[in-house]
Structure formats: C-alpha cells, structure tokens
Design a protein around this ligand. Sequence first.
Ligand SMILES: [Fe+2]
Ligand SMILES: [Fe+2]
Length: 366
Amino acid sequence: MPYVGNIEDVKWVYDPEEAMRKGSPILIDTPNLEVRVIVLPPGAYPPYHAHHEEMDEGYLIYGGRGLILNEGATFEVSKGDVLLNPRGAMHNMKNIGDGELIEFNFRGGRMPSGFLLPEGDPPPNPDPESVENPLAPPVPYIKGDIAGLTGPFDAESVKEKGLARAISTEYLECQIVSFPPGGRPHVHRHLNTMDEATLVLEGRMNFIIEEETIEASVGDLVHTPGGAWHTVHNASDAPAVLFNFRGGALPSRTEWRRRRRPSVGAVREPSLHQETRTLAVADRPQCLPEAPVPVLKRDNHGGLSLRSNSRILGNEPFLRCCFYRHSGECRNPEQTRMPNRKTTKKNNKAKDKFKNKVPGFRHSPE
Ligand SMILES: [Fe+2]
Ligand SMILES: [Fe+2]
C-alpha cells in the first residue's frame, strides 16, 4: 500500500534502550530505501556512529533545533534544513531546543543500512555540546527555509529537463517542488531497482499510483515502489509543496507513459477523475514494524573515509530525466519492467543475503 502514514501518527520518540534492542522503526523498508521519522526529546542524542559506504543518509529537519557533531566538528540545524551526511563519517545529533526535534531521515543505496560504532568498550559517545569545534558545515548542506528551494512547476519542462535536486548522489536524491493548482506531471515510472517517496510539506495533493488514488495533505508520506506507474495532481485551489526523494540505483531513469498506442498488456493509465479516497485516521498504521537485532562485532568493512562523489546541486537544472527522451524508448526494458512476485522475492533474498554477509551492522539507533 503506497500510503505510509502521517508524520504525527508514525513518528517515533527516541528511546536509547529500545533503539539498542531492536533499532528504530523503519517506515519504508525496501532493499533500496529506508525512511524513519525520529523525535529526539530535549537533550537527547543517539550514539556516535557511521554507516557503510554503499549508502547515503539524508535529513530533513521537520521541527526543532539540533546540534550535529560530524567528524569532530559541530554545527547547528533547525526546522527546514536539508542535509546529507558525508559517506562513512562519524556523526550524531543532539536536541538543543526546548521542544521536540523531529528528524525525517532517509537512506538510499544498499540496505539494510545498519551502523558502525567507534572502537572502544563502551564505545565513546561524545555530547555534541561538549565539543568545542564549531565549523562551517562540512557536509553537502542546505541551510534555511525549504520554501527557498521551491522551484516553479511546469509539466513540460519537467519532462524535458527534470527537476532541480536538493541532493544528488549515486544512491540518494531529493528535490523540493511546488505545484500550482491543477499542476501534474505526465504518468511515468522509474526503474524497479529504486524506490521513490514523497512527503507533503504544504497544501493537498492527489497521488495516483497504479490503480490507487490517495488524497494526501501536510505531513502525509507516500511510497511509490520502483516500476509502478504513477503521477500526482494538485486538485486543490492552493499551491502544494512536496519533498520528493529516491533511493537505490541512481540516477533515476524515468519512462514517460505514451498516451496513445499503449503496449499490449500494459497497465491501464490511472484516471485522474476517479473518485479520490481520503484515508481515515483509523486506516493509518498505528503500530510500527519490529525486527530482530543481530548484535555483531565491528568488522573492517568500509573504512570511515569521506568520499567526494556526494555533492550538492542546489537548484541547478538537472538533465538526467532526458535519458529516455532521445530514443523515445526505454534503453533497457528489462530494468523498467513491472515488479512481480519473483522480483520481490529475489530482492528480499538479496537483502537477507547482504544482511547475513556483512558483519558489524546493527539496526540503526537513530
Ligand atoms: Fe546516521
Ligand atoms: Fe516519479
């Protein structure tokens, strides 16, 4: 089901014991993408940790004020900031405000993400406020109101040029886009080796994914599995702002649905006029998934070196979506085929294999 929940219903208040015992709840949990919404109470900070080198981690600070400690340097973040951790860098974040710090956390690449603790028994966990090394943010980082990143939406230009990305790496990309009333892109799908998700930041938006239509509003999180035909439509009379992100095999390659002559056996294009379904609170997931925690030793996988291929593109026009436009066809139809039971089974198998193969990983504490 594409609808994941509203932040207010699915956010998880950080509990150190629970985090170490079973990890933080993962709201979207696929071999390509993991999403969490974590609330740090005032003064709380999770263990100082790093992730492996085949994934990237990004944050949207949804509310509150925090101090990030990253490889020995600290810098402050607050509501509306979007940032990317340098790959392999040790980090943690403390709530330095009086209220909740709400962290919208997304990871893309090889999952499960897991984490590595520093050497030592018990592993050191410095309080970011005790570190006197304030520096300019050493990470690809966007400071300020997310509204400042919002670009005008135009379906044709999106089809030609793609959207400006706030963050773009080989594993993770995100963008913030505003849709005027009536705005909608053409129906499209992405590779089934990546997953896409969207958080509604302002207004109301209809998500049409395969045969399902979801009317989403502020705080709603929607998951579009790789390979699914989808589009969005602002049917309201006010602008809507979306935070859209993707994880897995990137750059994301988009196949636009041809309106005429649909191929035999293709999934029917979802109608924009079908009745929308507003999810009642009772439909929303109240209980979060639990998973066993493999407690394993640190290994020598992935040194903690910083790689430079993660970069920020800001509002620079992005051209990857043109990839298919030149030929008019998907270059590798195998890669964009619809997910089937066999593929899902294979993905899960690959995920388990990876989980068992790589020692030193635990479920994330944050
Ligand atoms: Fe992390
Ligand atoms: Fe999409």
